[in-house]
Design a protein around this ligand. Structure first.
Ligand SMILES: [Zn+2]
Length: 412
């Protein structure tokens, strides 16, 4: 039982919401959340919840007076399993060194592919575990995690197996995504068709039992629209739901493609057109924005929130945790960027990291809101107002994390 919170921010209402306003936060003043086992059994005014449930000497009761209770953060787009980092590259980037030069000096995604292939299973699992622990402390209770730094049959399957193993062992839910189409590996330079054949005929069938989603980097210089379509449809034929990295640098019709293949989400969307947004809205595709890349790439560019408002498209937010373009584990930090850079409203940002984020990984029935019958994934914040989280940027205001009904050990 979490009781007497100044505010319980429920985000109640099934499914994603576009243009979220304060009413969509479903705030209950002086509220409580009752939990039995892994499930929420009552949410409401403190007095009503006390009356509805039996509290015994065995019950664990958190006094949330002066605090705020919210759903656990859902992070619907990460590449948390990687080896090494690219801090040096970031240093060069802020000094204005062009990407091509960084690549020539051994940087870029291929350096992470190299580090991944050289790392042992234990080294990769340790690195992943450390990042997941930090995510959990920062309030993330459900996270999507992609392969995509192995780019060979053996290494991609290895990545998915380690992601799944961490999901069994760690106290947070992990949803695995196959991203063999992250880049063309060096051994296939000059033979794109050869790698795409390998993906479609060998890697996707092998990955299908291990991943929920099949993702592709649909971008100029990576996979074009036709190639992306072929890969996503092959994934779909093998039971994996399509998901895309789309419209980050050059418009390629990624929004339309997402709708065409029945994708659950299309992510990045810095250069998407109004037509692309309309196609996504019509097709029920969630837009996932990753403003951490504005920091990691020091680009000064971000998505235009007005396009999504105009098109009535529900928008989610994610860290994109990865060593190249966005090395953060914090959805609270992402909310600060979303509000202050993109000018998303506070309710839009909250919907983006909870209810809409859950929909971006197909879990809206189970997580992302505080409602009776949902998974008991809750955060207790030291502040009592929803705006305080993006406002107090760079600080972790999470006092308690409850995941599947279990109070996680204190982080102090
Ligand atoms: Zn990504």
């Amino acid at each position: 039982m979490i009781e007497n919170a100044d505010r319980v921010v429920t985000l109640a209402g099934n499914g994603p919401v576009a243009n979220a306003g304060w009413d969509d936060l479903g705030i209950i003043e002086h509220g409580s959340v009752a939990i039995a086992g892994e499930t929420i059994t009552a949410v409401g005014r403190a007095a009503a919840v006390r009356e509805a449930v039996t509290v015994t000497g065995e019950s664990c009761v958190i006094d949330a007076r002066g605090r705020m209770v919210t759903p656990g953060f859902v992070d619907p787009h990460t590449h948390f399993l990687f080896a090494g980092n690219r801090a040096e590259e970031y240093g060069m980037r802020v000094e204005g060194v062009p990407y091509q030069k960084i690549r020539e000096q051994g940087g870029g995604i291929r350096s992470t592919v190299r580090a991944f292939r050289e790392a042992t299973d234990d080294e990769l699992a340790d690195a992943g575990r450390a990042r997941l622990s930090m995510m959990l402390r920062a309030g993330t209770t459900t996270v999507e995690g992609k392969s995509g730094y192995g780019l060979s049959m053996a290494d991609e399957i290895r990545a998915l197996r380690i992601i799944r193993k961490l999901g069994e062992e760690m106290p947070l839910s992990i949803v695995p995504t196959f991203l063999g189409a992250h880049d063309i590996p060096p051994e296939f330079d000059g033979d794109r068709a050869g790698y795409i054949d390998l993906l479609v005929h060998k890697m996707i069938p092998e990955a299908s039992g291990l991943a929920v989603f099949c993702d592709v980097f649909c971008e100029q210089g990576y996979f074009d629209r036709e190639e992306s379509k072929r890969i996503l449809l092959a994934g779909r034929d093998h039971g994996m739901i399509p998901k895309l990295h789309a419209e980050e640098f050059v418009p390629m019709g990624g929004g339309e493609l997402a709708a065409e293949v029945g994708a659950v989400s299309a992510d990045h969307l810095l250069v998407i057109t109004d037509e692309g947004v309309a196609a996504m809205a019509k097709g029920g595709v969630i837009g996932v924005l990753l403003p951490g890349t504005t920091i990691g790439l020091a680009s000064g560019r971000w998505a235009d929130i007005e396009k999504f408002r105009r098109g009535g498209l529900p928008v989610a937010l994610a860290t994109d945790c990865n060593p190249g373009s966005s090395y953060t584990v914090s959805q609270a930090a992402v909310m600060s960027l979303a509000c202050s850079l993109l000018k998303m409203t506070v309710p839009e940002a909250w919907a983006g990291v909870t209810r809409n984020a859950a929909a971006a990984i197909g879990l809206q029935e189970r997580v992302g809101t505080l409602e009776t019958g949902k998974n008991a994934d809750c955060l207790v914040f030291s502040e009592n107002h929803p705006a305080a989280v993006p406002y107090r940027f760079g600080q972790n205001l999470v006092d308690f994390v409850v995941r599947d009904g279990n109070l996680l050990p204190s982080f102090d």
